[in-house]
Design a protein around this ligand. Structure first.
Ligand SMILES: *Cc1c(COP(=O)(O)O)cnc(C)c1O
Length: 388
């Protein structure tokens, strides 16, 4: 049996142990410490923002952002529908109500048209959202100019969920820096990892100061333990921040490698019948965290399920595109705004999309295996039809 090829496996730089060793030698094992401070400074310098706080996960960073914006019961929060559940679950933690916004075809991300309609309706009802969470799927930036203009017009703070798009740019500006808050994730499958972790970034120093208070159990300044606000235990450990520092040093290499992986898939598979790769919006540069394509089953003569099955049988991990959150049983009650009257882009992408193994440490031979497997599935079909 050949070894398993993963969708996106952790890829260490080799320098991680040095930072971990330092932490052990100085006995900085507890949360906080010099690696945490340095990781925050290094990441904020990289992104070009004033402030950053390292936390235990990307989900925690989103939760803190909502908490800082005083999102609470009775409030609405708009959120991209085509995303991982963690983009929206903190809305529920706060007792607020999510409203899901469809994707548009050029970026697969939040449709400015659907967002505008949702905002207009909310304004008429006198119930504008407290925040808007915009996701950059698989590394591709959403249409930030249009979305930021709408956020400004209605004066709603935006949280940019850049968990998948660290290292990407939009008009040469770092992904994650377009809203009041940005969040990154260092989960094991992301472009760089601390095994688990996240970062909340902002130019608002007062807000990040408050995030530090909330993320460390909201202790009032008193010699005894006194609490007048509800806090969380969300800080990143000094050991894991050391891993993050070593990972951040190789971020650019990781982006280049994932883009090369995309390019090779594209060159080998784009001419297969019915295959359309995820686009890259003009003036943006995606980190191609995951290579994704859609399949027109009629043109292809093979189904998404058949391709996923073939890959799985060959010990290759591949996945459908995220199931839209407005279709999740968890969010049955939530409102949803489609891209157009009869245009449900996220649903279409979910039914036709496939994500391929894209890890920066995948070898060329491994990628060849994936490509052969897919080509085989396509030619199998052509054989059946007596063409090949
Ligand atoms: C991974 C991910 C998150 C959550 O990050 P964690 O660090 O796993 O909590 C949030 N949003 C998106 C879009 C993600 O892909």
């Amino acid at each position: 049996m050949t070894s398993r090829i993963y969708l996106s496996a952790p890829h260490m730089s080799g320098e991680e142990q040095r930072y971990i060793k330092e932490a052990f030698e100085s006995n900085w094992i507890a949360p906080l410490g010099p690696n945490v401070d340095a990781f925050e400074k290094e990441l904020s310098a990289y992104a070009g923002v004033n402030e950053a706080i390292a936390v235990s996960s990307g989900t925690a960073a989103i939760h803190l952002a909502l908490s800082l914006l005083d999102v609470k019961k009775g409030d609405k929060v708009f959120c991209s529908t085509l995303t991982f559940v963690a983009s929206a679950s903190p809305i529920i933690y706060q007792g607020a109500e999510p409203v899901f916004i469809d994707s548009e075809p050029q970026t697969w991300n939040m449709s400015p048209g659907a967002l505008e309609r949702a905002l207009q309706e909310a304004k008429l009802e006198g119930n504008l959202p407290k925040a808007i969470i915009v996701v950059n799927l698989y590394g591709q930036s959403a249409k930030m100019d249009e979305i930021v203009a709408l956020c400004n017009l209605y004066n709603i703070p935006m949280i940019e969920d850049a968990a998948e798009s660290l290292g990407s740019t939009y008009k040469e500006k770092a992904s994650g820096t377009f809203g009041r808050f940005g969040i990154y994730s260092f989960n094991g499958n992301k472009i760089i990892t601390t095994s688990g972790g996240g970062m909340l970034i902002s130019n608002d120093a007062v807000a990040i100061q408050r995030a530090r208070f909330l993320a460390a159990q909201a202790r009032d300044p008193a010699p005894h333990y006194q609490h007048s606000k509800l806090g969380y235990n969300y800080r990143l450990s000094n050991i894991l921040a050391g891993v993050g520092r070593a990972q951040l040093m190789v971020l650019q290499d990781r982006v280049e490698r994932r883009r090369v992986i995309f390019k090779r898939y594209y060159e080998e598979l784009a001419q297969m019948p019915g295959v359309t790769f995820m686009p890259e919006l003009e003036n943006t540069r995606t980190n191609r965290w995951l290579t994704a394509f859609t399949l027109n089953e009629e043109t292809a003569g093979v189904t998404v399920k058949e391709l996923l099955d073939v890959l799985n049988e060959n010990n290759i991990e591949a996945r459908p595109v995220w199931k839209p959150l407005h279709l999740q049983p968890l969010f049955m009650e939530a409102a949803y705004y489609p891209h157009g009257k009869n245009e449900h882009i996220a649903e279409q992408l979910f039914h036709t999309g496939i994500c391929l193994p894209s890890g920066s440490n995948m070898t060329e031979d491994e990628q060849t295996r994936v490509i052969h497997c897919l080509k085989g599935a396509f030619s199998g079909v052509i054989d059946k039809e007596g063409i090949g």
